[in-house]
Design a protein around this ligand. Structure first.
Ligand code: CAA
Length: 259
């Protein structure tokens, strides 16, 4: 089923799997506010029986980040420009960035496991979109770079939290402050990539992972993902209490005592 096709985003749903494809290969899937609105809308439109979402980019690169025209005074075709944004009130500016962030937040929902299939470049907002997903499967030509700081900005599209969680504070500071490229082999070594495969095997590797994820019972995956998400924010005792509560629900469910 075709769920959505707009502003550089195509969403196709087959049973429990949704595939979200960025469809602007001629601009290396550069991101715009319109694309972010479509991505946010995707999260709202997904049917309730979808369990796994694959995010991919058409063409040579996953995503080369924000459309560079947004960095110019003229801006995008719709007039959007970061310089114009800077002239807005504090409230308007905060709301605008919060709106953009909505494209990046829903991938962490406990009812979904989300996979970014990354080939070529994942730069700036492209890197952050890959970080928004639970898992990253990378082609051997994948290359991440957080270019925001080099441009005088900060990574503000929800990327700082998962980056630090994945690679640690020290590496995150170095990667962001230098803006350097993190290539596939290093990405796998430091925990940024779950798996690196030859470019031609990317789709097959993602399909294998999707099948493996779907093999586990849905409710157990949801409970487990919820636990793993809270493990970095809760203290030890609160987390083990959450484990007990989740296990009690699972045991009762498996024993059909909840009926
Ligand atoms: N925005 C708009 N167009 C882009 C683009 C971008 N971010 N990245 C690439 N393109 C366009 C190019 O202009 C080019 O268009 P034409 O064919 O019309 O000239 C086309 O895509 C192909 O680009 P390249 O020829 O450069 O392709 P490549 O494969 O050799 O190189 C690349 C790819 C390394 C990604 C290079 O294009 C590049 O460095 N792009 C810019 C990356 C960037 O700086 N992004 C912004 C990061 S900061 C951010 O995202 C967050 C923020 O909030 C500021």
């Amino acid at each position: 089923m075709n769920l959505l096709e707009s502003d550089g985003v195509r969403v196709v749903v087959h049973d429990a799997v949704a595939t979200v494809t960025l469809t602007v290969p001629e601009r290396r899937n550069a991101q715009t506010p319109a694309m972010w609105r479509s991505l946010a809308e995707t999260g709202r439109l997904l049917p309730g029986d979808v369990r796994v979402v694959v995010l991919r980019g058409e063409g040579r690169s996953f995503s080369a980040g924000i459309d560079r025209r947004a960095l110019t005074p003229e801006g995008l075709d719709d007039g959007f420009s970061l310089l114009k944004l800077a002239r807005q009130t504090d409230t308007e500016l905060d709301a605008a960035i919060a709106g953009a962030q909505e494209a990046f937040t829903w991938w962490r929902r406990p009812d979904l496991v989300t996979i970014a299939a990354v080939q070529g470049h994942a730069i700036g907002a492209g890197f952050q979109l890959a970080l928004a997903c639970d898992l990253r499967v990378c082609a051997d030509d994948a290359e991440f770079a957080m270019r925001e700081t080099s441009l005088g900005l900060v990574p503000d599209l929800t990327g700082t939290h998962p980056l630090v969680a994945l690679v640690g504070y020290g590496r995150a500071v170095e990667i962001c402050a230098t803006g350097r490229a993190v290539r596939a082999a290093e990405a796998e070594r430091i925990g940024l990539a779950n798996l690196v495969v030859p470019r031609q095997d990317l789709d097959a590797a993602v399909a294998d992972l999707v099948a493996a994820l779907l093999a586990a019972p849905r409710d157990a995956v949801i409970e487990t993902k919820t636990l793993l998400r809270s493990a970095t924010t809760q203290d030890y005792d609160a987390q083990r209490a959450a484990e007990r509560a989740a296990q009690a629900r699972r045991l009762r469910d498996l024993a059909h005592l909840g009926e």
